[in-house]
Design a binder for this molecule. Sequence first.
Ligand SMILES: O=C(O)CCC(=O)C(=O)O
Length: 290
Amino acid sequence: MEKETVVNSVDSGVATADGIVEALMHGPGAIRIRGLFSEAQIAEARRVVMAHSEDRAQTVTHFQGQAAEEQRLHLQRRVWNLLAKGDVFSQMSEQPLIVDAMRRFLGSDFIMGSIAANRILPDGPGQEPHIDYPYWDFHAPESFPLAINTSFPLNAQVTIPLDPFTAQTGATAFVPHTQHELRYPTEADRFFERCERMEAEPGDAIVFFGATWHCAMPNRSVQDRSAVLIQYLPKFVKPMEDLRAMAGEAFVKHASPTMRQLLGMHYPYPQNLEEIAVATNAEGRRNAMR
Ligand SMILES: O=C(O)CCC(=O)C(=O)O
């Protein structure tokens, strides 16, 4: 029988950015914020996600090696590039409490690396236990810098359920406190015996440090289970989705200052420095003109 345990919880009215950061860095690695988004926002997001995943089973996905072997990939669907699919996704990614927490956790110029939906249909598969980008291929640790660790964060994730997240529908599983030591989980870690579940209602948001071992679980119910997944990164980590290009020039032109930051426009590298027309001092404490 599946364990029915839940993640720590705080109401959106009393949640603080410091409390979120504490839970991610020194606490279990995850925290649920109750009632952060309105019914109307959830309904609109769900409408878009369902419409874009009705007949698109074949977008790229991750951590579904077993489902691919078993020919069951069509029972889980990803919807990428959500910024271009509705204003509600900009509202979600710019939610003020989340932005405030991310500024403290990842630095004031943090960016968004991805905003996508994960839909698991009834009887759809769960994932391999993993950690998230940019740690997601840490099963090959030799491809990372020597002595890399999680004493400072390179990722934060926000999961916004669009359907009830329960043990039956496949609420995300995670092992609390595993973010403290950077490691990709193995069979020997007995993930499924030790895990807790991120149970939540539509409108809640679960914020977690992606170095915490976790995975989507199988949907053993008769209803869909979808969520918006947002990935935030420090300014210097290459984003996973090319959001700026995917959203398009018209979107960028009308973007808010926060959205421009999320698209990486506050930190203008890489550049062709040889081609910069005006010779200025671009970096440094004194008189720097990026
Ligand atoms: O949908 C979920 O519950 C989690 C998805 C996830 O962890 C991922 O795709 O990296």
